[in-house]
Write a protein that binds this ligand. Sequence first.
Ligand SMILES: Cc1cc2nc3c(=O)[nH]c(=O)nc-3n(C[C@H](O)[C@H](O)[C@H](O)COP(=O)(O)OP(=O)(O)OC[C@H]3O[C@@H](n4cnc5c(N)ncnc54)[C@H](O)[C@@H]3O)c2cc1C
Length: 336
Amino acid sequence: MSYEVLIVGAGLCGLRAAARLRDLGKSVLVVEKSRGLGGRAATRRWSQRPVDHGAQFFTAKTPEFAAQVEDWEKSGVCHEWARGFHRFADGRLQSPVRDAYPRYACRAGMSSLGRALGEPLGDLVRRESKVTRVAAAGGQWEATLEDGSRLQAKRLLLTPPPAQCSVLLADAAPDAAKELRLLNSLPCIALAACYPRSDLSWQGIQAPEDPVLSWIGHDTSKRPDLHEGVTILMLHGAPRFSETHSHTADEDIATAMLQRASDMTSQDWTAPSEYFVQRWRYALPDPVGASHGPAVYQVPAPLVVAGDWCAGGRIEGAWLSGMAAADALLALPAQA
Ligand SMILES: Cc1cc2nc3c(=O)[nH]c(=O)nc-3n(C[C@H](O)[C@H](O)[C@H](O)COP(=O)(O)OP(=O)(O)OC[C@H]3O[C@@H](n4cnc5c(N)ncnc54)[C@H](O)[C@@H]3O)c2cc1C
């Protein structure tokens, strides 16, 4: 089957781009390697409870994304969770400074965003379909899936993190692959820990300078009615810590991260009733705030590579980059 546009990845970038292309009347297919939608805006069901082990919250600083968030708020997809978080800096915990930006979260978890964007696309999204190779032949792109099947399209949009796009393009577009290899991403080890208590009043602690933890999130506070009687903390390892411990055993990681959380909060978190560890190799673009637009290539056939990394990082950047990628792709001339 041949499409006008093939999109690899059903994260927020790929899904937003697909909706825009469909609205413009283009024949489009999204292929996603996972069962779920939303990519790094990810939620795990843990003992029947949703826990966000990827993105924790989001802001809306542009009018375009603010309009989208308003729709999501009205339909119950997300709600305002906080206006600023505690901060751990200069060796002490500091109270939140409220600012103009609501931090939004989703009661059913951040994967609600992928569902909200992806479900209206119906069978334009094909899940559990990992692309293993892309090639160009006769002015068209051809993607090979893990099961050996092939898909053809006039235009290709790649939305996985740049290092993964680079691998896919190594043969078909070596110059593009080389450029993408230079775009760095930061890893993150995420640790969820559960406790039989429900007396915590804060929502999150940001620790941008700490060598062990960059974030302590009180996940339960996003949906207290679903988590009665328990507290779930979500800890994020600082980038250097996450890199150094990429192969460390889960229990040693948990010991180090929970001890640090206890030191930072002056409360004992070292004995959770259960925990899990998730290792993100490509969590955030480095530097996070860079904004240079999608990477656009004409040869051997129209190709755009996009994602959070080209529009300021984060959820908002991913969504905006999907819009920009769709427009950039259509601006390229395709073979008739
Ligand atoms: C631990 C962590 C914490 C974060 N915290 C925040 C936060 O608090 N606030 C915030 O705004 N942002 C946060 N982020 C960043 C945010 O999650 C991302 O910026 C955003 O989700 C990226 O969306 P994307 O569509 O660009 O990429 P992705 O979500 O990575 O989407 C790419 C998709 O491509 C798929 N894919 C990859 N390879 C293939 C293949 N070969 N074939 C088919 N499919 C493929 C992937 O499965 C994925 O679904 C966090 C991220 C992580 C990991």
